[in-house]
Design a binder for this molecule. Structure first.
Ligand code: C2E
Ligand code: CA
Ligand code: CA
Length: 689
């Protein structure tokens, strides 16, 4: 018994198979891009259902396309069973193609399983006709149909697997092409299977009265198409919203990251740090706990940047950031505030020593050095520590205080750490004010000199004066050199100020001379930084000559400590001064550790005993007197005059006179005087130069 094929239904079966394949491919791509497992399951189940219905109905349409000259019908239960098989096979196929990795072995095994599944569905579908006598199958065609099913499944699985990769281009065209291939393969399997079926003459269909075939064909085609199209539309729609939601959240993530993290080191930035501080502070206030802020920057980072370039500088910052992260505990925060400024916040602090230990650990780690590119670098931080609650109750004050402590660490020799102390606050404010005042002082004419008279020990005659600088600032008032000289020394401004002092002294000397006063000797103090100026003596000579003053009228005071720091250089310097007619005094004697050998080679004119020893004449009894008299004897043996500084009491004066001290200076005898007042004293007193 031979059947014929209804062309339209055959075409419809191919369309349905292709559409089902396309749907499967689309959904597999969909599933592969889903990260949420719930959504994956939903799409897997829905996809399997619609793909299964697609394949099954293709098969069913194919069966209906085949017209036998007898009345045909289908057993409902068996038909439903074949649909079940189709859905199961589809589910399995979707699982395989959306898996992370598809190995060759898995592909072969899956193809065999899926091919067998499709074949099972096909032949179960045939069985639904309950033909009597049963259909006889041509063994070769039967085997061929199964082989086609397996090979087609393999190809389909492979194509679908590669297409589910999110990085594909031209996905639409590729998918349509492969869907067509898959569709042809599935229909091919079906019609080979049909060809294998031999309906024996006189067969009758046992299910002929169950479901009417023609009615079924139309319903199924329409129904299947509807399901496939709806599935596709849903998949597309979901993909678009997911894509949109995905890119929005990605973008959002990027923006949030940029706003909260430092792009160079990937550490939290200042803003994030502030937020975490705030939280830590609230927690600590609530629980009565404490935390510490370690504020640090890299010593000499600017030099690295300038000499090795910004790329190396950036690498140093990154390497330092990594080191810091290695040092801290899990709950601690490391942040970069900008530039080479970093902050570590230690929460749940048990004792201040915890912060100390962390600072030491960071310093130890950094001592090991960094390897940046090919440069082995030793970069050390200075660390300032502020503790909550004692060192501040706002984020700003904590940071500011930790910063001040870091500044102190730098002053204390760098590569070290300091805890914040209240005194640093006032000191820092004052330092800033003075720095500002110094900037304006020279041009603003805020400096002036006082002259403290020096007297002869024996006769009490005026022997000369020491020029002492003052800064009178319109806003902060009068400053003593003890306050601003160290600051000017650090900033280097002292050099210019020093020349001003020489200039001003010469000007006054010339003025007193022009007013008819007897010539007088004035001592000028020199700072360490000035002594490092290569052409100091020449420059001073130029000033002195320009003012028409004799260099013999000027003496320079160098403190003992500074003189001894680089004694050979000091000797050279002193020679240069002496060759130009200037005299030299060693100031503040007794505060440093003099080598007598050098003291002799300095060949200074005067030795000025520090005020401390003068004071000791009264305070330290016999011992104090013994020291001063030893110093005087020493100086005399080295052919130097002795000047006692800070004479404040009559008993000091008496004792010094007894000890044959050559000159005296102090509040008892005369306060530092203005140039005018000193001029008056000059006129009246008998001066012996
Ligand atoms: P110094 O060279 O030891 O100057 C003597 C200091 O002792 C002066 O303080 C003076 O006012 C003070 N003094 C004088 N007699 C007595 C006394 O009887 N009792 C007490 N308690 N103090 C007395 P001043 O003017 O504040 O100067 C302090 C330091 O500043 C000076 O110490 C000197 O090292 C430095 N200095 C002052 N003027 C200059 C300057 O023009 N250039 C440089 N580089 N340093 C200067
Ligand atoms: Ca002095
Ligand atoms: Ca002195």
């Amino acid at each position: 018994m031979h059947g014929t094929y209804n062309f339209w239904l055959v075409a419809a079966s191919l369309v349905v198979a292709t559409l089902a394949s396309y749907t499967a491919l689309d959904i597999s791509g969909r599933i592969a891009s889903l990260s949420r497992s719930r959504m994956r399951h939903i799409w897997l189940a829905g996809g399997a259902a619609s793909m299964g219905i697609g394949i099954w109905s293709m098969h069913f349409i194919g069966v209906l396309a085949f017209e036998l000259p007898i009345r045909l019908g289908y057993d409902f239960k068996i038909t439903a069973g074949s649909l079940g098989i189709a859905v199961l096979v589809s589910f399995f196929a979707l699982r395989v193609i959306t898996s992370k990795r598809l190995t060759a072995r898995r592909l072969v095994a899956s193809s065999v399983l899926m091919g067998a599944g499709i074949a099972a569905m096909h032949y179960t579908g045939d069985a639904a006709m309950r033909m009597q006598p049963a259909i006889v199958y041509d063994p070769r065609l039967f085997a061929a149909s199964i082989a086609i099913a397996v090979i087609a499944s393999g190809a389909a699985l492979w194509i679908a697997y590669t297409l589910s990769d999110a990085n594909q281009t031209n996905v639409l065209v590729k998918r349509m092409g492969s869907a067509l291939v898959m569709g042809i393969a599935i229909t091919g399997m079906h019609y080979t299977g049909n060809a294998a079926a031999e309906f024996l003459p006189g067969s009758i269909c046992g299910a002929a009265n169950d479901v009417d075939a023609h009615w079924l064909a139309t319903t199924i085609v329409l129904f299947t198409l509807a399901i496939l199209i709806i599935t596709l539309v849903l998949s597309r729609f979901d993909a678009r919203t997911a894509l949109l939601a995905g890119s929005v959240s990605r973008l959002n993530g990027q923006i949030v990251r940029m706003a909260t993290f430092d792009t160079l080191t990937d550490l939290p930035n200042r803003r994030t740090m502030n937020e975490r501080f705030d939280r830590a502070m609230r927690n600590a206030k609530h629980s009565g706990g404490r935390f510490a802020i370690l504020f640090m920057d890299l010593d000499g980072f600017k030099t690295i940047n300038d000499s090795l370039g910004h790329t190396v500088g950036d690498e140093v910052l990154k390497a330092f950031a990594r080191r810091l992260q290695e040092c801290v505990r899990g709950g601690d925060t490391v942040a970069r505030l900008g530039g080479d400024e970093f902050v570590v916040m230690l929460e749940n602090l048990h004792a201040p020593t915890d912060a100390e230990k962390m600072a030491e650990r960071i310093l130890d780690e950094m001592k090991k050095g960094l390897l940046v590119g090919n440069h082995p670098l030793q970069v050390m931080p200075s660390i300032g520590i502020a503790l909550f609650p004692q060192d501040g109750d706002t984020v700003e004050s904590m940071l500011k205080h930790a910063d001040l402590a870091m500044y102190e660490a730098k002053r204390g020799g760098r590569s070290t750490y300091r805890f914040f102390e209240a005194s640093m606050n006032e000191a820092a404010v004052r330092t800033l004010q003075i720095q500002q005042a110094l900037h304006e002082a020279l041009n603003g004419g805020h400096f002036y000199l006082l002259f403290q008279p020096k007297f002869r020990g024996k006769s009490g005659e005026l022997a000369g004066a020491e020029a002492l600088i003052r800064l009178d600032h319109p806003e902060i008032g009068t400053l003593t050199p003890l306050e601003f000289i160290p600051i000017a020394e650090r900033s280097g401004q002292i050099v210019e100020i020093g020349y001003w002092v020489v200039h001003e002294t010469c000007r006054q000397l010339a003025r007193w001379r022009d007013e008819g006063c007897p010539p007088v000797k004035v001592a000028i103090n020199l700072s360490p930084r000035q002594l490092h100026e290569a052409d100091l003596v020449e420059n001073i000579m130029m000033i002195v000559r320009a003012e028409g003053v004799q260099s013999e009228q000027i003496m320079f005071e160098i403190t003992e400590t500074v003189a001894m720091q680089d004694a050979p250089r000091t000797i050279e310097m002193i020679r240069a001064f002496q060759e130009n007619g200037f005299e030299i005094a060693i100031d503040d004697f007794g505060t440093g550790y003099s080598s007598l050998a050098y003291l002799q080679r300095f060949r200074a004119k005067q030795l000025k005993i520090d005020r401390f020893f003068t004071n000791g004449l009264d305070e330290n009894g016999q011992e104090g007197r013994a020291i001063v008299s030893a110093i005087i004897a020493l100086a005399h043996s080295l052919d130097m005059d002795v000047v006692a500084e800070g004479v404040e009491t009559g008993s000091q004066l008496d004792r010094l006179q007894d000890m044959m001290c050559d000159e005296m200076q102090g509040f008892l005898l005369a306060m530092p005087l203005s140039a005018d007042a000193f001029g008056v004293m000059l006129e009246q007193g008998e001066v012996s130069a």
